[in-house]
Design a protein around this ligand. Structure first.
Ligand code: SF4
Length: 280
């Protein structure tokens, strides 16, 4: 394991460089399409020690070097005091990388253990606490943007979770304003495929910290959805990308939400964008 990530070649055909270029292109495109980063921004990149956030930081640092705009990157890790969390790995990695960083230590693990009865799911309280701390730390560090490492497949999974369990046609936004309006959360990996990120993280030999230290079964429903999507992808290659394309191609006139489309006020002769064709 190396502390500083150096691009390595998987083979002599340059496959790894192709992968790297693809990820950089996709992150650059997401930043452009959603206007995620602007001149003078201060971006706090949340690092968990998992493959996604390492990849996010690494690619943002690369893109900053050739960006026509100037912006600050500060890496942040929240040490939640989970048993066995190797507290020296991230500081060692970040120091060697030479990036500005902050490690916030808050024992949310004990709070969660104390408040949630044994055997019940701890994730919702844990992530609520984590979110509050992340927003507070962003304020203290003077960051106006908070970058998270969610990728395309997280977004698709969230779409199905909301559909199946919350009765909502809603996924995970590439960009949002926090509840108090103080920060903007961005997801620059929005166009990146999880498999690519996993390959990239392996190739870069990021010092990955396991994500099951809390002992909780992370969101079983999400695991089920992931499995469903993996099976679909195996059976119908490309299906996940088609779903993701659909998420960027919404026709409110062909759904049933009266707040998005004025069905009541519909008049004859009115032009409806989608017309009456395509899988009616
Ligand atoms: S898996 Fe563990 S660390 Fe992650 S949200 Fe759930 S309780 Fe928190």
């Amino acid at each position: 394991m190396t502390l500083i990530a150096q691009p390595i070649q998987f083979d002599h055909s340059g496959n790894f460089n192709k992968l790297k270029n693809r990820l950089e292109h996709q992150v650059g495109k997401a930043i452009f399409d959603f206007n995620m980063i602007e001149e003078g921004d201060s971006v706090m990149v949340c690092l968990s020690g998992g493959k996604d956030s390492y990849t996010l930081l690494d690619i943002l640092l690369t893109l900053r070097k050739r960006a026509p705009i100037d912006f600050r990157i500060v890496a942040m890790n929240l040490d939640q005091k989970q048993p066995g969390f190797p507290a020296d790995i991230l500081p060692g990695y970040l120091k060697a990388l030479g990036v500005e960083y902050h490690i916030e230590t808050q024992d949310t693990y004990s709070i969660v253990k104390e408040k949630i009865p044994e055997g019940k799911t701890t994730c919702s309280l844990c992530s609520r606490l984590r979110r509050g701390i992340i927003y507070k730390v962003a304020g203290e560090l003077g960051a106006n943007k908070i970058a998270l490492g969610h990728h395309r497949d997280d977004m698709i999974e969230t779409l199905f979770l909301n559909m199946f369990f919350a009765g909502k046609l809603k996924a995970m936004p590439p960009k949002l304003v926090t509840d108090k309006g103080d920060h903007i959360v961005i997801r620059p990996l929005a166009y990146c495929v999880e498999k690519d990120i996993a390959r990239y993280a392996r190739g870069m030999e990021f010092p990955i910290i396991p994500c099951n230290l809390c002992g909780s079964q992370e969101n079983l429903q999400r695991q089920n959805i992931k499995e469903m999507l993996t099976n679909w992808e195996r059976q119908y290659p490309g299906r996940s990308q088609t779903i993701f394309t659909a998420m960027q191609n919404v026709a409110p006139s062909h759904l049933l939400d009266g707040t998005l489309f004025d069905f009541k006020g519909m008049q004859m002769g009115q032009d409806v964008a989608e017309g009456d064709v395509v899988f009616d």
